[in-house]
Design a protein around this ligand. Sequence first.
Ligand SMILES: *Cc1c(COP(=O)(O)O)cnc(C)c1O
Length: 421
Amino acid sequence: MMSKKKSPIWHPFTQHALQDEMTKIVRGEGAYLHTADGRRIIDAIASWWVVTHGHCHPHIVSAIQKQAEELNQIIFAGHTHEPAEEVAALLLKLAPRGLDYVFFSDSGSTSVEVALKMALGYWHNTGKPRTRVVVLQHSYHGDTVGTMSVGARGVFNAAYRPLLFDVTSVPFPADGHEQATLDALEAACRNENPAAFIVEPLILGAGGMLMYPAWVLKEMKRICEASDVLFIADEVMTGWGRTGTLFACEQADVSPDIACYSKGLTGGSLPLAVTLCRADVFDAHYSKDRARTFFHSSSYTANPVACAAAKANLDLWQNRESYGRIASVVAMQEHGIEPFRADARFKNVRRTGTITALNLEAHDGGYLAGIGPKLQAFFNSRNLLLRPLGNTIYVMPPYCVTAADLEEIYATISDAADALA
Ligand SMILES: *Cc1c(COP(=O)(O)O)cnc(C)c1O
């Protein structure tokens, strides 16, 4: 099929033969986006889960402006700078205890790649090579080859399958089937000598906003610890208040061995990611032998402007007000989703922290279910940014969202179910 595209831009996760018209945004402000044609759109998915405190938060914007005039890039091998040092120190203060070192990169995917390399490097350098990774069914950890390997296999990566390395997958802890997950994890840890287990704590995002309770997370950590398997928490999406606490692991009182944070790390203003690890993971690479170096970098590692934005975000999280905002978004989200629990048009109506999700009863069929793009177009026509995953509609707003915004969001979801019935 020959393209008849107007713009030369190839957009992410976009089938241009079905959707070539992109909504042009000229300005963002709090929970709102303004389009070139004069519409105001409510951003109900925080611009792909990254915008936490709202678009163009003044404290973050001013930190970016200041830093851009001082130092906007510096090679991070052999050099350091104040914004990176401040971010690292604050992260260690706020993250679960037991994490001691911070490695910077520039996206969630790279933070996971770094975590996997740290884990394998740890075993390699301690002379007990272990290379197998255990994963949870339906997981998503990114779109690079390594992160696709530890994520769910499906239509997204069918073309690249021969490049993906083999992993051991344990079943998702569906309601009532948690023990099967724990048993499978225990067996994998006992029989396969894995290097690490990687998991999205409390909620699997791109896999369909699948939620599971904190006690399961706690048990998974206990099992890994008993077998000396490194526990990697991919909090790229769940971090920064999304699940109701700053980090999801807090709710299970879990200290991961390695943790990945990105998305809301800069409040959603600039790309930046970090991978935190326990001292012994770092120490396994600490040697006068240069062959034990952690061989990873990206050109923009710890970019000073991105770090200044992250520092400004961390300032906001030192402030009680941010936690108050989270609590109120949690309450407003519960209020918004509650009526749908008894609504026959929907099933699996759920909430974890500030995230709600519900499935349209009549339209099962996975991510490619035809209903997804139709819903998205309907929401766009109603000036609402929602991007369902197949028949799963979810709401993950910036924390400055108002009760009135949420009322409109849920009324529009209800209208969509009727309009597309
Ligand atoms: C989004 C996401 C990633 C990948 O992050 P990018 O910044 O898009 O590369 C990894 N893990 C989880 C859990 C995510 O939600």
